[in-house]
Design a protein around this ligand. Structure first.
Ligand code: APR
Length: 321
């Protein structure tokens, strides 16, 4: 059986980590594309030269020629600028939309049968644009955000409760911005509601709520927290790991239920927009959206987040992007 081909568009911080993870997990041959001359070739060479040590024999090729992505099974897009301190993801809209136009045209031309995972920000708008330009079926163009946001939420819960993060299940819905919706009611430790454990720990409902609210807020601002510390860019290890989880689910037809920026056709009462929701990921891409019951408060928070996504998409259209 031929090895799968994975094309990475953008050979910056996330692109580099993606390449290394794909190689070490032997998911397939990698083509790393970047517009900057020699950069992807340098990273590709560096990672390939670790193959004897890490014992992988997939091929890694850096390139400045889109032709090399021909026939890719999966394309992961990170091309675009990252945030600098003080910037919101939305501040990247104009610059990254222009870059997405170039990228998506070439993905359409050279990898017409691929499944595309977008990471570039502002995420929900960039996935929308990528699907529009490629014209690919909506379930084959998806975005990575929710796995990372949910993993951040789970990490904070595990630290707070002093339990293994492996046993924490946490889900974040909505757009990949400050309005995202970490779902408190559904957060659990191997089935035990996190709120119950917090109330047991603090023996005080109000205090437990205060601690949970702080974790929710930290989750919403978690990307900015990293940007502030790094100063020169945004998070790259965790976004790369999150996109790899999606790629693995697709490559191995795992049917994993993962928070995904997916196109909604009436699910959650949302029609015609890309928003973060749980989706079944398999060989067809986002094969199915999993709906869940939201109470009034959760629904209002999700509506507010969807409103922010819509505003960004409208802005993009108004600016002719
Ligand atoms: N075509 C291909 N690559 C491009 C283009 C283009 N037109 N324009 C820029 N790039 C490349 C840059 O040369 C750079 O190598 O995209 C890469 C982006 O890498 P970084 O600046 O290191 O950014 P990174 O941390 O990888 O984040 C990429 O993902 O999480 C988001 O907000 C983040 O939008 C950003 C993206």
């Amino acid at each position: 059986m031929a090895r799968k081909k994975i094309a990475l568009i953008g050979g910056g911080q996330i692109g580099g980590v993606l390449t290394q993870l794909i190689a070490m997990k032997q998911l397939g041959d990698v083509v790393l594309y970047d517009i900057v001359e020699d950069l992807p070739q340098g990273k590709g060479l560096d990672i390939a030269e670790a193959s004897r040590v890490d014992l992988f024999d997939v091929h890694v090729k850096g390139t400045n020629d889109y032709k090399d992505i021909e026939g890719a099974d999966i394309v992961i897009i990170t091309a675009g600028l990252p945030r600098k301190p003080g910037m919101s993801r939305d501040d990247l809209l104009v610059t990254n939309a222009k870059i997405m136009h170039l990228v998506a045209e070439n993905v359409k031309k050279y990898a017409p049968n691929s499944i595309v995972i977008v990471i570039s920000n502002p995420l929900d708008a960039m996935v929308t644009l990528c699907q529009k330009i490629t014209g690919f079926p909506t379930h084959k163009v998806i975005g990575q955000a929710g796995i990372l946001d949910s993993s951040r939420f789970a990490t904070f819960i595990a630290w707070e409760l002093g339990v293994s993060v492996k046993d924490v299940n946490a889900l974040v819905l909505g757009g990949h911005g400050d309005t995202m919706v970490p779902l408190i009611r559904y957060a659990n430790v191997n089935g035990i509601p996190v709120m119950e454990l917090l109330e047991r720990k603090y023996k005080d409902k109000a205090k437990a709520k205060e601690v949970m609210d702080a974790m929710v807020n930290r989750t919403k601002m978690a990307g900015g927290e990293v940007v502030k510390l790094l100063k020169t860019g945004s998070a790259f290890y965790s976004p790369a790991s999150s996109a790899i989880a999606m790629a693995e689910a697709i490559l191995f037809d795992e049917k994993r239920v993962l928070p995904t920026c997916a196109y909604l056709n009436g699910e959650f009462g949302i029609n015609g927009y890309y928003v973060g929701v749980p989706a079944v990921l398999g060989e067809g891409g986002a094969e199915k959206i999993i709906e869940l019951t939201l109470n009034e408060e959760e629904k209002a928070l999700l509506d507010n987040s969807v409103k922010a996504v819509k505003e960004l998409v409208v802005d993009m259209e108004r600016l002719g992007l």
